[in-house]
Design a protein around this ligand. Structure first.
Ligand code: ATP
Ligand code: MG
Length: 424
């Protein structure tokens, strides 16, 4: 679990802001659920045999002896809220997004943390392939808006309750024959939840899985038609994808479509999936709600921020103006001026400790402020001062009257920005 300090946090805010704007454009409203839920919710939805529920949850008893868990993911809480508020009857097609911290007791490595942040979305009520593709399109546009490249969309279908049993049987038969090559965990998975073997991170198990039967050879007609439709609609929106018949997901509730957006950047190594999701038509009903098809995804924000950092992007905010007092007698007037300018919307830095002009100017340099203004006795009596542009030392005479001063700062800032861009 990490602290995020100013300097880095601006990247997070940028990513979150983009998501809010973009998901809103697709008609998704924000959902906020509590950080803790009944443990049973995750056991029943994510699945007992998954890594998440099996070994990664922060579970504790509260003072009333109830077993609670810090939420490890957002889909089950969203489904719980969907049922609890009878949303289905009010809004048959519901689109939600959420963002916030999730908790999993994992082995720490780059891109893998115990408190991490997800942005996700869930669409309830439509079983059409258009809904699957809408959420994938949203992720694709989101990654594009962030300027992230070299990310591949992997697509698969896990079938449904009609066709998956046949595949399941075939897979078990195959895995039994290769049991000696599988890790200890997979020996257990083979008994309890064989599909999970395909999701094992152990290279030996992955090698076995790669040669195993393909789920796509077992899809029933309706599942196959749905999968074809998804691919047609992705193509129509010019979203590139690769079909990966060995991809399952780390949670048990998926039916039909599953997908992952995988980055190839070496910084992420084994934590390369930046977004993952799929369809879960049985989840709402299995949690006691109405029979409701649904599809959704979650993006790992930590990994997106890591990639943005690697690309050298910075969104750090610097002050428009630094106000310095030329002498101790001007400290109060400088402070009051800084306040008035801040009240009117300017981003202003001022050294409340006072100190020598030299030390104040050192801070001004370090702050990255666009302009500085030194207030002394002369300026106080004349009501005029010099505004100095830090990047090139240019100076302008300006009135100290806040509205006029702000106008000068804004004009000069815009001019130097357009000058900088026209110089390339
Ligand atoms: P992985 O296979 O990488 O462990 P997962 O299947 O456990 O991922 P999901 O539960 O599908 O992941 O979560 C969706 C996304 O959330 C992941 O693709 C990833 O970007 C992010 N994520 C999951 N676990 C972590 C973590 N411990 N730290 C940071 N990000 C995470
Ligand atoms: Mg995981």
């Amino acid at each position: 679990m990490r602290d995020l300090l100013p300097g880095e946090i601006e990247l997070w805010q940028h990513v979150e802001g983009l998501a809010r704007e973009l998901f809103g454009r697709y008609g998704y409203g924000e959902l906020r659920t509590p950080m803790v839920e009944d443990t049973a919710l995750f056991v029943r939805s994510v699945g007992e045999e998954t890594d998440i529920v099996g070994k990664e949850m922060y579970t504790f008893d509260d003072k009333a002896g109830r077993s609670l868990s810090m939420r490890p993911e957002g889909t089950a809480p969203a489904a719980r809220a969907y049922i609890e508020h009878s949303v289905a009857t009010q809004e048959p097609l519901t689109r939600w997004f959420y963002m916030g911290p999730m908790f999993r007791y994992e082995r720490m490595q780059t891109g893998r943390y115990r408190q991490f942040s997800q942005i996700g979305a869930e669409a309830y009520g439509s079983k059409d392939a258009a809904q699957d593709v809408e959420v994938m399109d949203m992720v694709a546009r989101f990654l594009q808006a962030l300027g992230l490249q070299d990310i591949t969309l992997n697509l698969n279908s896990l079938g449904d309750e009609v066709c998956r049993p046949q595949y399941h049987a075939k897979l078990v038969e195959y895995l039994q024959a290769h049991k000696p090559e599988l890790c200890e965990d997979c020996h257990r998975r083979l008994e309890t939840n064989p599909l999970r073997v395909l999701d094992c991170k152990n290279p030996k198990c992955q090698a076995v899985a790669a040669q195993g039967p393909s789920v796509l050879d077992f899809l029933c007609e309706p599942c196959k038609a749905h999968f074809d439709d998804v691919q047609r609609k992705l193509t129509a929106l010019e979203i590139r994808f690769v079909v990966n018949p060995r991809m399952v997901r780390g949670l048990d509730y998926y039916t039909r479509t599953v997908f992952e957006f995988v980055a190839s950047h070496p910084a992420l190594s084994t934590a390369s999936t930046v977004s993952a999701g799929g369809r879960y038509d049985k989840l709402v009903k299995s949690l006691g709600g109405p029979d409701t098809p649904a599809v959704g995804f979650a993006c790992g924000l930590d990994r997106l921020v890591l990639l943005l950092k690697e690309s050298g992007k910075s969104f750090a905010q610097v002050p428009d103006l630094f106000i310095a007092a030329a002498d101790p007698g001007s400290h109060d007037a400088a402070f009051a001026l800084a306040g008035r300018l801040r009240h009117q919307g300017l981003r202003v830095d001022f050294d409340t400790r006072g100190g020598s002009l030299k030390s104040q100017m050192k801070r001004a340099d370090k702050s990255g402020a666009h302009f500085t203004l030194v207030l002394g006795e002369l300026e106080r009596t004349s009501g005029q001062a010099k505004l100095k542009q830090m990047s090139n030392g240019q100076q302008w005479e300006t009135s100290l009257e806040p509205a006029a001063l702000i106008a000068t700062v804004r004009t000069r800032k815009a001019e130097s920005a357009s000058g900088a861009s026209s110089q390339g």
